[in-house]
Design a protein around this ligand. Structure first.
Ligand code: ZN
Length: 221
């Protein structure tokens, strides 16, 4: 384990919770930051807070309601349906969201004396979010270092994993059950396996089924 401090960008979902376990295994000190941007379900914030508490991780919640004002979308407005039309970004997209989240996480990380910023962005299940791409994260990493004259390292443990491999990573970290039972991915605000109907639940379930089909669940690696 590195004697270093990390800040995990944390939503209480499957991906960022897996990142939290990943960071806890790697770094001597880990704190989490969650952004409040008027998510449809307050439960998402509560879920993140509960997980942080259970894992005794110091949890920072930053108000980002400005983002909601700038980019009303399906994650923040009940009247907008979650959908994706062919050739278009899904209605869950918020322009600049990761740019802003990672920038604010970096300001916080520097204040906390943390060098590492861990984020669960992923290019493999790329839904067309430009600021989830590896090249963007690398570019922003350089910009953040220059802007604050500080040696940030943005870690993206899920960048090249598909959803089944993300379950595999959680399992290898001893966190399979925790992630399955305590995280919130569902757009309808239902914890664990969720509603089973929304796009987030379907994606999560497919990854889980694919992983379980490999037959390596719980096998020590
Ligand atoms: Zn759902």
């Amino acid at each position: 384990m590195k004697k270093e401090k990390a800040v995990v960008v944390f939503s209480g979902g499957q991906d960022s919770t897996t990142c939290l376990f990943w960071a806890m295994e790697r770094f001597s000190e880990v704190e989490a930051v969650t952004f409040n941007y008027g998510q449809r379900h307050k439960l998402e914030l509560e879920c993140a807070a509960d997980i942080a508490k259970e894992l005794t991780i110091k949890h920072h919640i930053l108000d980002m309601s400005l983002l909601n004002q700038l980019a009303p979308n399906a994650l923040t407005r009940d009247e907008i349906a979650i959908e994706q039309k062919e050739g278009e970004l899904p209605s869950t997209f918020v322009d600049g969201r990761n740019l802003l989240f990672l920038s604010f996480a970096a300001v916080l990380a520097k204040q906390l004396g943390a060098k590492h910023i861990v984020t669960g962005v992923c290019e493999t299940d790329f839904s067309g979010y430009p600021d989830c791409r590896d090249i963007f994260v690398k570019s922003l990493n350089v910009t953040l270092n220059l802007s604050m004259d500080y040696p940030f390292v943005i870690d993206t443990p899920l960048m090249w994993l598909n959803k089944a491999e993300t379950w595999e990573l959680a399992d290898s970290l001893g966190a399979f059950e925790f992630v399955r039972e305590k995280t919130l991915t569902c757009y309808n605000g239902m914890i664990a396996d969720g509603c089973g109907e929304c796009p987030a639940c379907k994606l999560r379930k497919k990854g889980l089924d694919d992983y379980l089909a490999k037959g390596i669940r719980g096998v020590k690696r």
